[in-house]
Unconditional design. Sequence first.
Length: 240
Amino acid sequence: MKTTLIGKAFPRAAIGFLPEYLDFQRGIRVGNLEDHQRITRILKLAIEEMYNESFVTERFGRGVFWQWIGFLPRSNRAAKPVSSDVSFGCSKFFLTIDSEDRVFKCGFSVERGYRQAPQDSNKFELKPDWDWHRLIKALKPASPMEKELKRLVVREGFGIEAGNWEDRKSMPKGKLPEMTKLRKTLQGAAADSWAGFQVYYPMLEKEVRESSGIDLVESMLAVFREVTPAMNLCMQIHLS
């Protein structure tokens, strides 16, 4: 996936990210690195320049290796009247490594959280201003969302995962389910389970190892650009 989305914030010659920083056993390496090597720093500066928008970096993991990294537009979070102090209700660009299937995934994600949160976990409970509600409304036949998902999944080779996060459904590669079925899958996620929806481009370990660090960074940015129209349909703000 070729592109020239790396901008002035981090020139190509300054990027020190290496393919081995995507570790298919331990996760995405972010610790014990210089700024010009750290993927969180490189991507944050690049997408802020690309969209002329401030982004918040989220992550799952600790120490040197993180399992999941997300970037969300700060203005989309600020626009939420109830949930402007948390990031769970916001659509995000994300990176993760599936260590079981040995796949690097990059795309966008919308979380639902809990409908009925465990005790003392109220901040993780679905609120009326979360992007999840816009996603559900957007999943209609012959809709702009169907058009975007069809382009991504059928033409560009993206994948979809949806439902309860612990046993979420992976849609067959190259095949897009009917919008009504996809919406029912999401709406049927258990109330006491974390749920979500993600659209991603998969890269096998062999593809990652055969790429240069700059190629990988450019591919991630190209993926973010590809999923932006669909992500825009879920947010209160518009990235252009």
